[in-house]
Design a protein around this ligand. Structure first.
Ligand code: FAD
Length: 380
């Protein structure tokens, strides 16, 4: 039997644990820093068909239909004049059982953790990783020490495990953007309740999509914003009403009443990866945001976390672990280039550039060859 430690009970760690648990030859332990998994938050997540296909291998298709939504299209709007620019049929990439899906992050996490009650050890923060031949020895802040055959690192964008191994050489960087999240109550009739609405502004964009059976919508804005080094680390700043007001004033067309009506509004700085970290040990692997964190403008973070977890699982099954890193880097680079390009085009501010962008957008959303190359290569 192979003993496998997973650090972090997020989307990637829980998914690979589900895959491994199905085979009796693995004994899995998940170590989570927090004392519970927070299922209260109602924020949403988008999952493209590439990850739905993999989630269905652990019966995601059996999840209550009222918790999942299958938007057919993304409607692009100009913030300046509220005009619709064009629409993209994302359902073109769907198959009978795999459809582009939006849902509450908590519904996904709840689904992923339901069969793992015994495997998750809460209140475990990693403090040391030692590699001895084929054995990986891990120590925790509570002084517990364990030995495993494999270590899977899935502790998110600020991965402490990666810091321990890389000696803090590979750290995420502030993306010069803030993310603003909230829930739009169904009573506020401001967007298509069945599809995804993408509003393009100058130096910001926001996305609204369905997440709740009662008609509530998810709101997520990404806005360019400079922060000093001290501000980037000062999380209390994002609870300061004056600071929040200053940020929200940057959305001139959305009046104060709009934000007053958004529930659970939260603002936080977006950090992304700039480099990869290769562990020189085939028994230690990184997945999810610990492997690489993208800018959120392509909504691929969770889907890629799921894809990476599945690839690692297959490599462990086939004893081809040495292939994992190179293949994942190649796919990650493709996604990262598109995420950065999306953010650049979504945030244009010069009117002439915006005019040209909109003309291209209208053409590209109808150009099957382009869509197959830009989206199909990632989604299939
Ligand atoms: C604003 C925004 C919007 C996004 N929207 C989308 C979207 O629509 N679609 C999409 O696909 N992706 C989206 N993403 C990205 C997506 O949320 C992430 O890529 C995904 O959650 C990464 O999963 P993960 O399992 O790697 O890490 P996480 O979900 O961050 O989980 C890490 C886990 O590790 C635990 N942990 C941390 N440190 C330690 C430690 N030292 N020891 C033990 N445990 C630890 C944490 O408590 C947590 O449970 C978005 C990201 C942002 C910032």
């Amino acid at each position: 039997m192979k003993k496998i430690a997973i650090i972090g009970a997020g989307i990637s760690g829980l998914f690979i644990a589900n895959l491994l648990k199905r085979n009796k030859k693995y004994q899995v332990n998940i170590f989570e820093r927090n004392s519970l998994i927070n299922l209260k938050d109602g924020y949403g997540i988008q999952l493209s068909v590439n990850s739905i296909k993999l989630l269905n291998k652990i019966q995601f298709d059996k999840l209550e239909n009222s918790e999942k939504f299958n938007p057919d299209k993304i409607n692009f709007y100009s913030v300046k004049n509220s005009n619709k620019i064009c629409e993209l049929n994302i359902s073109d990439f769907n198959t009978e059982n795999c459809k582009y899906t939006t849902l509450k992050r908590s519904s996904l996490i709840n689904f992923l953790k339901k069969d793992l009650e015994k495997e998750i050890k809460f209140d475990h923060t990693i403090s040391k990783i030692e590699q001895q031949d084929q054995i990986v020895k891990i120590s925790f802040e509570n002084n517990e020490i364990y030995e495993f055959d494999y270590l899977i690192i899935s502790d998110g964008v600020f991965s402490k495990s990666k810091n321990l191994l890389s000696k803090n050489q590979i750290e995420p960087k502030f993306n010069d953007t803030l993310a603003i999240r909230g829930i739009i109550p169904s009573s506020l009739n401001i967007a298509d309740k069945k599809n995804i609405s993408l509003f393009l502004g100058s130096n910001f964009h926001y996305v609204i999509y369905p997440v709740s059976p009662n008609g509530d919508l998810n709101f997520i804005a990404v806005m360019k914003f400079k922060l000093s080094r001290d501000e980037q680390k000062d999380f209390s700043l994002f609870k300061d009403d004056n600071f929040i007001r200053k940020i929200l004033e940057k959305f001139p067309h959305l009046n104060k009443e709009f934000f007053d009506n958004i529930n659970d509004l939260k603002i936080y700085p977006v950090f992304v990866s700039h480099d990869f970290f290769k562990v020189n040990n085939n028994n230690i692997h990184l997945i999810g945001d610990a492997f690489f964190a993208f800018s959120p403008s392509f909504a691929q973070g969770a889907s890629q976390s799921i894809e990476g977890a599945y690839e690692l699982f297959e490599n462990i099954e086939n004893s081809t672990e040495s292939n994992f890193f190179k293949n994942r880097v190649n796919k990650t680079k493709m996604v990262n280039n598109r995420s950065k390009f999306n953010q650049f085009t979504f945030h244009l501010s010069n009117p002439l550039n915006i005019f040209v962008r909109n003309i291209f957008l209208k053409r590209f959303v109808k150009n099957k060859k382009f869509l197959e190359s830009y989206l199909g290569k990632i989604y299939r």
